[in-house]
Design a protein around this ligand. Structure first.
Ligand code: FE
Ligand code: FE
Ligand code: ZN
Length: 289
């Protein structure tokens, strides 16, 4: 199944996002349940979420890839930022209980000078604690939590597959075996490229490494972006498909790769609606080519 979409705004409500994505030609999408730069989310009426659920089903949408706020940092050095980040995560996951069967993706976090080891420990503790709290108050977690592959900018954790694997393993060991099936990974093409994984010249090698270290069974979604910068630049500046250093040919190979068929592909390219509609068309053509 072809599954492609982009980031849409939640400002007009939940059902409106589904309709908007259809208008652009997509059949999945991403959204921030709250302002991506932080702040309190707007209260969402239950019937609006229910209406979106119905709409997605009727229109054959694939799984959504909801995105946690950029300001969330569950491994921050400051205690109050950590606590606040846990609260955001808990709130988002609770809200998403009404939208089951989808993905909730988050940036693992920045260790801000504490070292990757400490950062990974704090992330795992937070994930385990929050998922357990959500399940205590609302029953089994109905969505899968994805950790995004990062560019490794600054003190970002998740620039290496090994770090994501360690977060998953530690979360399971702290929170219990049942958490294993609640955790996955979202691969961002711009980020892995910027992080030094050469998806342009050795896509098979990169996916092989992912499989060896994390396991391809954990790979749930793709953020499909070109990059303004070169391999290993660690800059994290997204570019339109085909206009960056990864290039159209390599991105097409990602979309067509046999191991990635059926995954939701989300565009996070610098575009307006018209540009997104064009890229969705391009990627759909690649998928059926
Ligand atoms: Fe992201
Ligand atoms: Fe991304
Ligand atoms: Zn990015």
């Amino acid at each position: 199944m072809i599954c492609i979409g982009n980031h849409v705004s939640v400002s007009k409500g939940y059902l409106a996002m589904g309709r908007h994505e259809s208008m652009l030609g997509g059949n999945t999408f991403a959204f921030f349940p709250r302002n991506p730069r932080g702040g309190k989310p707007k209260a969402v009426p239950d019937d609006d979420i229910a209406a979106l659920r119905g709409y997605l089903e009727e229109n054959g949408f694939g799984r959504l890839v909801v995105h946690g706020a950029y300001t969330m940092n569950v491994c921050a050095a400051k205690e109050d930022i950590r606590a606040n980040s846990r609260e955001m995560l808990r709130d988002d996951l609770l809200k998403m209980q009404a939208l089951p069967g989808n993905y909730y993706n988050l940036h693992p976090g920045c260790h801000v000078g504490q070292g990757a080891e400490t950062g990974i420990r704090l992330i795992a503790e937070a994930l385990a604690a929050v998922i357990n709290e959500v399940e205590d108050s609302s029953g089994e977690l109905k969505n899968t939590v994805l950790l995004e592959t990062m560019a490794g900018k600054g003190s970002e954790i998740g620039g290496r597959f090994e770090q994501l694997k360690e977060i998953i393993d530690r979360t399971v060991s702290v929170g219990g075996d049942r958490l294993s099936k609640k955790l996955g990974v979202c691969l961002d093409t711009c980020h892995v490229w910027d992080g030094g994984y050469d998806i342009k010249n050795d896509l098979d090698g990169v996916l092989g490494e992912f499989d060896r270290i994390i396991g391809l069974d954990r790979l749930c979604a793709i953020h499909l972006n070109d990059s303004k910068n070169g391999l290993g630049s660690r800059k994290d500046r997204h570019e339109k498909l085909g206009e960056g250093m990864i290039g159209a040919e390599a991105l097409m190979s990602v979309v067509q790769h046999p191991l990635l068929q059926g995954l939701p592909f989300i565009l996070e390219t610098p575009n307006d609606d018209e540009g997104y509609a064009r890229e969705i068309k391009t990627v759909s053509d690649w998928m059926i080519a």
